[in-house]
Design a protein around this ligand. Structure first.
Ligand code: EPZ
Length: 422
């Protein structure tokens, strides 16, 4: 397995291009199942999760081609051969469950493996099931698979979700586009990736309004046609790289960044003493001198502080002046990066869903292990500012959500290299 070697190397300066959003692409790709006409995505990120979703769609009989070095994904699900998403693919990537709604809507049946737990939590699918059942689906769990059917087609309904689940919102909205009648989804998730999905579905002929608010209304249509859609900028990659100049000092422009994608996160960075300003090409982030100040963080559904930036923010707080309390309210086990940061000299106490970080002057490089996607990049950020060398192992986690990390960070002056595993 490869590892990444990072050596603390002072302030960072320059530009980092931000790619298309992994979590938008992973819901846009299954949308191809809703139509028998081609769907093409541009500005797609080059990530292993995208390859996994490609394999899943191909296992259903869809044609998926990756063009222009992976930045364009051309898909067609005119001739599907299966409506079953196998465990061996779904267990690798939970987002595979996003084929459930589209398959049910187009074919009236779907068999999708439950994803099983992952490092950060149990990750059940009860909110997906409740929403699809509200549209008239009959779903039963058998041998670890959800067997869903809607023989007479799905029917529009008013449904309020118990929690604003991102994936459940995406599955329900995609299913509702082809249901008979109107669906009103209440307490819907408001993430930018959902807005991006709706914009693409609308290009395919869907009748949807309210995206980005807590109430989304969908008028079912008989069929959807093909489209071409540009994937929205990845706000989590954006936030991650905004932390690089914050933790190292210096000034970095994040190309393609927009304040609207990271407003609550940028607010926290400003409170910590980091300046964030919009430029014609993106966001400029600068920390001139002195240590950042400790700030408290509570993770919430959008537009609150994103759970996917909690691990990265913790790395910054490890070197801040003061005490920071980070509360993780979305996932039950998302502090696995903490013990690894402690190995680097951080002072962190974890009690249940709360981590208390007392900042130290400087972290010390050490061998550490990535445990999940966002933890992996949190350790790299810590290594960028630490004294000496940090080796992050198990970087296959990193490859799921960050393209060309070494190249992007080297480009602003970081001392970082990828070490091929034996
Ligand atoms: C999406 O996951 C993202 N993944 C996650 O990003 C992100 O952390 C999460 O939303 C929250 O923002 C993709 O978009 C592919 P949820 P999702 O349904 O849809 C519980 C990353 O690092 N829940 O909003 O799975 C669930 O257990 C990944 O890129 C239920 O209880 O998130 C969790 O505690 C990690 N029942 C909470 O809700 C359900 O039926 C949030 O889950 C569904 C979810």
């Amino acid at each position: 397995m490869d590892s990444i070697l990072v050596t603390g190397n002072g302030p960072l300066n320059g530009q980092i291009p931000i790619a298309g959003a992994k979590n938008a692409c992973l819901t846009l790709m299954p949308a191809t199942l809703l139509s028998d006409e081609p769907l093409t995505l541009t500005n797609a990120p080059r990530l292993s999760d995208i390859k996994t979703m490609t394999a899943l769609l191909q296992s259903l009989g869809a044609e998926v081609s990756s063009l222009q070095d992976g930045q364009v994904i051309a898909m067609s699900s005119h001739d599907l051969t299966s409506q079953t998403a196998d465990y061996d693919i779904v267990r690798k990537m939970r987002a595979s469950n996003l084929v459930l709604g589209p398959l049910l809507a187009r074919f009236g049946q779907a068999v999708v493996s439950l994803p099983g737990g992952c490092a950060i939590g149990a990750r059940p699918m009860d909110l997906h099931v409740e929403g699809l059942e509200a549209l008239g689906a009959e779903i039963e769990l058998k041998d670890g698979y959800l067997h869903a059917k809607a023989p007479g087609g799905l029917k529009g309904a008013v449904h309020e979700m118990r929690f604003a689940s991102v994936g459940a919102t995406e599955n329900i909205v995609m299913a509702a586009t082809l249901a008979k009648g109107t669906t009103v989804l209440k307490n819907a998730a408001r993430e930018p990736e959902i807005v991006d999905l709706v914009e693409c579905l609308r290009k395919m002929g869907a009748q949807i309004s309210g995206e980005g608010s807590s109430t989304i209304e969908i008028q079912g249509v008989d069929r959807l046609h093909g489209a071409t859609h540009q994937v929205v900028t990845d706000r989590i990659e954006l936030g991650t790289y905004m932390l690089a100049p914050a933790i190292c000092g210096g000034e970095v422009e994040l190309l393609g960044g927009r304040m609207s994608l990271v407003a609550s996160f940028a607010e926290k960075l400003e409170a910590a003493g980091v300046s964030v300003t919009e430029t014609a090409n993106g966001l400029m982030v600068a920390r001139k001198n002195g240590r950042v100040r400790s700030v408290d963080v509570v993770t919430e559904p959008f537009p609150g502080f994103p759970t996917d930036l909690q691990a990265q923010m913790m790395a910054l707080m490890c070197t801040a002046e003061g005490v920071s309390v980070l509360e993780e309210r979305i996932f039950e086990n998302r502090f696995m990066h903490a013990p690894e940061l402690v190995r680097m000299g951080a002072n962190i106490e974890v009690h249940g869903g709360t981590a208390t970080v007392t900042g130290v002057e400087r972290l010390k490089g050490a061998p550490v292990m990535a445990t999940d996607l966002r933890a992996s990049v949190s350790l790299i950020l810590a290594g960028l500012a630490a004294e000496g060398e940090t080796t992050v192992s198990r970087v296959y986690h990193l490859d799921r959500g960050y393209e060309h990390v070494v190249r992007k960070l080297e480009g602003v002056g970081a001392k970082i290299e990828r070490i091929k595993g034996q």
